[in-house]
Design a protein around this ligand. Structure first.
Ligand SMILES: Nc1ncnc2c1ncn2[C@@H]1O[C@H](COP(=O)(O)OP(=O)(O)OP(=O)(O)O)[C@@H](O)[C@H]1O
Ligand SMILES: [Mg+2]
Length: 527
């Protein structure tokens, strides 16, 4: 359809008006300035006041931005109304942990710059938190934007109530950086502050309380003590290359937050530590926690009533933590051969009525545990490591330790000469010695755990002599005795295992007979 000349003009005019809407409106604003005195004279007073106020409010901010382009944001210590406005713009009031996080961030920055400081005792430990005294400023820089923090005391008065003062940290920046500050700088400050607060805090070792007590009004899912284990990766005795691999893996995990987000994976990692008793599985967990500065949640599965309680426990863990289930093969019936396990259980009860397994009371199932590790709930919080330990990796259900669930399997094994060198340094402060040769031969021949070697070294240390050679000779004697004792214990264990296997086979044969007779129409099974 063709447009008439007149319609075309209207369309053109409309297009022009839309394209120049900004200037039209601002001209309209200028027109207001001219019309305001006239309106003051002729318009009804109330109407004029409303419109004039609106106009002023809209334009005053622009005017102020020209005169003073700086915006301030206050982060106040908690305790009061949650939001205030200042002459310059919105003033936020944290009312949460933001203030503490900002203070921690600034304590790091201001310790070097500000000259008048204040020291307060840290909430945990013997440390002090350094912060700026009132009126002090520190400058900061973020992605090219200049920012200033000032410590101020603000007076809050509400109506007739008495005013009370509150400490706050005031951030000042150019209004053109507003988006950068709100979207990136302040979250960065909080993140850094949280890290500083976390690193100043003592590590905690949590253990779960019996879920049967959950009806009590003061029930807490977890109890904790300060975690103060001296083990580090330096003192952990194991193959050096393997140790390096584990440390690299932990480093990668810790710094891969963005990767996990991009890949759509929950930020957690599973380690399975397996090996004979006394090879350092628990010691490794302590070394990991100390290296990462994480808390440990040691889950005792036998006191968890059911899958529901297990999930509740998980929800109450925090991020930056290691969730540990030790001796997973003993905690639950997770072996593939459940029938054999039940038979064994029955026999144990017959043998020793008092030695009933606690795990009979727990109704946590394998699927509950699998959900605990990587169900939907497991993703809450993030930055978590799950560690299982076992002495019998071959007995565990394949689903529990498949790749993806347990990302890294670490075998902790008998002591070799490399591990011995670490232990000799730890216990006797000996780096190298000609007697390391004979020690290496014994360790190459025999299966001696690091725990046993540590005991031998302890005996040598207590023997009283300061001479390295005589101490190491004692170690060699002790190692030989340990090897003999181990061989004897091994022969006894093998004999016992053989007898058990025979009994097991007999029981299985009886079960088969009973089933056959039942199938052949016998009314009552044998007893
Ligand atoms: N690899 C190791 N490095 C340093 N010390 C070790 C190592 N292995 C064992 N030890 C010493 O032996 C003690 C017992 O070790 P740990 O409890 O870690 O063994 P485990 O493998 O957890 O045994 P279990 O299977 O019985 O739980 C530790 O307290 C430590 O002193
Ligand atoms: Mg252990």
């Amino acid at each position: 359809m063709a447009l008439s000349a007149e319609t075309g003009k209207v369309v053109q005019w409309r297009r022009w008006a839309f394209a120049n809407l900004g200037s039209v409106l601002s001209n309209f604003g200028s027109l207001w300035l001219l019309l305001a005195p006239l309106l003051a004279a002729y318009a009804p007073r109330r109407l004029f006041k409303t419109y004039f106020n609106l106009f002023l409010r809209r334009h005053a901010r622009r005017l102020l931005a020209v005169v003073d382009p700086y915006v301030t944001v206050d982060v106040s210590e908690p305790g009061g109304a949650s939001a205030h406005y200042s002459r310059y713009g919105r003033v936020t009031d944290s009312g949460d942990s933001t203030y503490e996080e900002v203070k921690a961030y600034l304590s790091d920055a201001c310790a070097g710059e500000a000259r008048e400081l204040r020291a307060e005792g840290a909430s945990e430990g013997d440390g002090v938190v350094i912060s700026m005294r009132d009126g002090q400023d520190v400058a900061d820089e973020f992605r090219g934007a200049a920012l200033w923090w000032t410590s101020v005391v603000r007076e809050d008065s509400q109506g007739q109530q008495r005013a009370h003062t509150r400490q706050c940290q005031r951030l000042t920046f150019h209004h053109r950086d507003r988006r950068l500050v709100v979207d990136e700088y302040l979250p960065h400050v909080r993140r850094k502050g949280r890290e500083i607060l976390f690193s100043n805090r003592r590590r905690r070792l949590y253990t779960n309380n019996k879920s049967g007590d959950s009806f009590r009004y003061d029930y807490k899912a977890w109890s904790y003590i300060d975690f103060d284990h001296p083990t580090t990766f330096d003192t952990l005795a194991m193959d050096t290359a393997r140790k390096r691999e584990i440390i690299d893996d932990l480093d990668a995990f810790r710094s891969d937050r963005d990767f996990y987000r991009r890949a759509g994976k929950p930020w957690k990692r599973g380690y399975l530590l397996y090996g004979p008793p006394g090879t350092g599985k628990s010691t490794m967990i302590a070394a990991m926690a100390n290296y990462l500065d994480y808390d440990i949640y040691d889950v005792e599965l036998t006191v968890v009533k059911d899958n529901n309680d297990l999930r509740r426990l998980l929800i109450e863990t925090t991020s930056k933590s290691i969730i540990v289930i030790e001796d997973i093969d003993c905690s639950l019936d997770l072996t593939g051969d459940r029938a054999a396990t039940q038979r064994r259980g029955r026999r144990n009860d017959r043998d020793d009525g008092s030695r009933r397994h606690d795990r009979d009371g727990s109704m946590v199932t394998l699927s509950g545990l699998l959900n605990f590790i990587d169900g939907l709930w497991s993703a809450c919080g993030g930055e978590r490591i799950v560690v299982f330990t076992t002495n019998h990796v071959d007995k565990l259900d394949a689903a529990l330790i498949r790749r993806g669930r347990m990302d890294m399997r670490i075998e902790m094994s008998y002591c070799g000469i490399e591990a011995f060198k670490t232990l000799a340094k730890n216990y006797l402060d000996v780096d190298d010695h000609r007697l390391f040769g004979p020690v290496g031969e014994i360790l190459g021949r025999e299966s001696i755990t690091p725990a046993d070697v540590a005991e031998c070294l302890m005996t040598a240390k207590r023997a009283g002599s300061d001479d390295e050679s005589s101490r190491l000779e004692i170690v060699i004697d002790e190692l030989k005795q340990t090897a003999e004792a181990n061989a004897k214990a091994k022969a006894e264990a093998e004999a016992k295992a053989k007898a058990e296997a025979e009994e097991e086979a007999k029981a299985a044969e009886m079960d088969r007979d009973n089933t056959r007779e039942e199938q052949n129409g016998r009314k009552y099974p044998k007893i």
